[in-house]
Design a protein around this ligand. Structure first.
Ligand SMILES: [Zn+2]
Ligand SMILES: [Zn+2]
Length: 425
């Protein structure tokens, strides 16, 4: 019987700094190695002693909460390999260099990012890495009897195929970003309809619509949705300004066409209708973005999605005093984050001080994560399951889901805290 030991170095009852130590047959591996980006960054509990004893890191996907600490590892003595898909490697190159640029606390340099990238070993989807449907190249990872979900999306999106999880596992580490009883998303069709209507209302009133977005994943999906609705005449035709790393990432999507759904892949490979080019997309021409403000009504799509840095902050500062303008949050806003405060209190803390927001603030759930029914369906689809370990979620949500799962399935459901170890056999 193979015995496994897991130690949660981050992501225990929190969204952020995903990192799990896996001890298996005398070898030590990490599952993900992320940072927690909030008001002050937080890092996984990795000592020099641990870093130097690791054989490898298995990386599920490129988001910073899974990858952001990787360049620090070699500085702590890590000499192993980082194993991920090709799109993930391409995407972290952009994301980690952006992170170095925008984060005030420098824990590594651009050179460290380059050095770390040279230690990556690429794998394709197969019997260890399974398509997780979350962002380009995202994977769930199966090692022996253990399945680590990473971040999963059980619905197909405009650019990606639906996920393709393995059929069997004995132990499952499952993300619970949206695992509370109330976390049940409307259909994608309804979400898109409401989103487009809300944007149209602001454009008709002559305002600017700001959409903060992750550099990868939602940014590209949203551009595609906006452009399609403009071309169909459903959305008022105005310039869509694209700022931050979203543009750079479009090139990576194009060069990894095989990881996109068939329709998009064919459009790229045949170059008939390149899905990532449009006469509606513009890049701001000036540092002050004066061309953007002169073009109103217009739409601005910019990083960062959690409003912790990036060009979106200068747009918000300029647009926040006019109630005709609107900001639409489309991604997860963690507890104590600036985005959550904006939603709940209509205030925003800029470096220069906290400002009351006059612009309209809305949230539309373009989630790249499964909701509670999706997570439950996922658990049910895996045969031979004995243990479910919930991570990557707020404590209250995870505990609600623990009760729900125990009640419905009779499985053993564990919620580890950071620093806690679990032995599995
Ligand atoms: Zn993610
Ligand atoms: Zn995540």
């Amino acid at each position: 019987m193979v015995s496994l030991k897991l130690t949660f170095l981050g992501s225990g009852s929190e969204v952020g700094r995903s990192s799990i130590l896996l001890e298996n047959e005398g070898e030590k591996h990490l599952l993900d190695c992320g940072v927690k980006v909030s008001s002050g960054n937080e890092y996984p509990l990795i000592s020099e002693e641990l870093a130097s004893s690791l054989k490898s890191v298995y990386l599920t996907h490129a988001h910073l909460d899974h990858s952001g600490f990787l360049p620090k590892l070699p500085k702590l003595g890590f000499k192993g390999k980082i194993i991920c898909t090709k799109p993930t490697r391409d995407l972290i190159q952009v994301l980690l260099n952006d992170f170095v640029r925008i984060t005030p606390e420098k824990i590594y340099s651009h050179e460290d990012v380059t050095k770390m990238l040279s230690e990556t070993s690429l794998v394709d989807y197969g019997d260890m890495f399974y398509d997780a449907g979350h962002i380009l190249g995202s994977a769930s990872i199966k090692i022996n009897d253990l399945l680590y979900s990473g971040d999963i999306n059980n619905r197909s999106s405009t650019l990606l195929d639906k996920f393709n999880p393995p059929k069997e596992a004995k132990h499952l580490i499952l993300e619970g970003t949206y695992s509370a009883n109330k976390d049940k998303f409307a259909s994608q069709k309804t979400i898109v309809k409401n989103f487009i209507k809300s944007i149209n209302d602001t454009l008709e009133a002559g305002g600017i619509v700001l959409i903060p977005s992750f550099g990868i994943g939602r940014g590209q999906e949203l551009l595609f949705v906006l452009d399609n609705h403009m071309k169909n005449g459903v959305l008022k035709k105005v310039p869509i300004f694209v700022d931050g790393s979203i543009n750079k990432v479009l090139r990576i999507y194009r060069s990894n066409a095989n990881y996109l759904n068939d329709e998009i892949k064919n459009r790229i490979l045949t170059s008939v209708k390149d899905p990532f080019q449009s006469e509606n997309y513009f890049k701001p021409k000036t540092r002050t973005k004066s061309d953007v403000y002169a073009a109103k009504p217009c739409i601005v799509l910019s990083t960062s999605g959690m409003l912790n840095g990036g060009p979106i902050l200068s747009y918000l500062k300029k647009c926040c005093h006019d109630e005709k303008n609107k900001i639409i949050l489309v991604g997860f806003q963690p507890e104590n984050s600036k985005g959550r405060k904006l939603l709940e209190e209509k205030k925003f803390s800029f470096e220069s001080g906290t400002v009351d927001m006059k612009l309209q603030v809305e949230q539309h759930h373009f989630s790249a994560h499964a909701d509670q029914p999706g997570l439950y369906e996922y658990v049910n689809s895996i045969q031979g399951l004995e243990t479910v370990i919930l991570n990557h979620g707020e404590s209250k949500k995870l505990h609600e889901f623990q009760e729900f799962l125990k009640d419905k399935t009779g499985l053993k459901v564990i919620i580890p805290e950071n620093g806690e170890s679990i032995k599995l056999s």
